[in-house]
Design a protein around this ligand. Sequence first.
Ligand code: CU
Length: 461
Amino acid sequence: MMSRRHFLSTSGLVLAGVSAMSGRVQAAAIPEAPTTRTTTMQPPLYPTTGPDYQPVVTLNGWTLPWRMNGDWKEFHLLAEPVEREIAPGMKAHLWGYNGQTPGPTLEMVEGDKVRIFVTNRLPEHTTVHWHGMRVPSGMDGVGGLTQPHIEPGQTFVYEFAARDSGTFMYHPHADEMIQMAMGMMGSLVVHPRDPSERRVDRDFAFLMSAYDFQPGTYLPKVAEMTEFNIWTWNTRVFPGIDPLVVRKGDRVRVRMGNLTMTNHPIHLHGYHFGVTCTDGGWVPDGARWPETSIDVPVGALRAFEFVADEAGDWAIHCHKTHHAMNAMGHQVKNYIGVNMKDVTGKIRRLAPNYMPMGSRGMSDMGEMQMPLPDNTLPMVAGGGPFGMMEMGGMFSVVKVREGIDAKDYGDPGWYRHPEGTVAYRYAGEVAEPPRTGNPPSRTPGVDMKAVKPRSGAHGRH
Ligand SMILES: [Cu+2]
């Protein structure tokens, strides 16, 4: 049995030790937890104290304001249920931080002493893991392993030094499958202490997450393993994802994290970029390699950089074609070349719920006024300056423009191509190409009326 006196002295020692190390704070000193529900990209948060840096811009998101308390940089994260518009026409009931999913981006500077208050307003316990950050073991946020879980209503305090600059993220390490399938995650960026080090003019950040929504519902299926149908950047899909607006000549960095359960090869048009950062740190200058697509593995972050010397509207998207597409795209049968008018009745008798893909391809889908259930999105959407883009999901546009302001991230509209620089229609005659060998047995575009069933195919005469 521990005597009261012994207890006091040991706990006093423990407290003194922690206090010397961490400056443990009183409950009354908790900073505010700002929240927002807007899905509009918030302007970058320029530092007002400490070293200068070029802040990141979070697609359809924001950076969490902090306060200085002595030499501690203090943040307050609020884990809570949120409502997120995935794109105009679809809202989702998810979990996140400070009114949003993903949570606000946390920005700090290499060497900062950081104190992060985490208040749990979820219906179940949680923790926060600082993915990629080198922190003391007890600050690593693995529920049950390095700390007790944060029960509903409780507030925990994380304290560590930001040892390395780079690209990181935060997410729960408690009931991971459910909490990440519900949208709990956020970006975390540590800027170099020397402002001239790895300086860029524009620095974009987003996290990839995937959801499984039955069309017309507001809650995702959280136990799904493979059949996700909403592929998002910062819990938004095209055409709801902010463009990456860039001034011509800017040095641009794009930081991406992957908290889905599959890899995403992210492809940028118009540029060759250098892969410059992973969650393991900066790629040394001489080891950077050129790419136009960078595969972001599961549970990893990648950043690439390029100098925006080519004006234009440049697509940036996941190269898995099903990931640049919204819900309902995956049960589709292939009816290319089939005259649907004649076979619709027959197919409906066999498969009452078939998805009537167009007989010319998927481009019909965006234009068709398909009756959709409430609160869902067409499989492909997005009107462009020349027509429908037949895209959804993980797709956006890097808009490089001459002469915009250094701090202007507003959508400049579609690119106005210089005269004579757009692919154009040839107005002359096109002769039948000479061919060798046997003609194909079935030509695309064949009318089903002309396809005679083989006699006896169904055992009848
Ligand atoms: Cu993908």
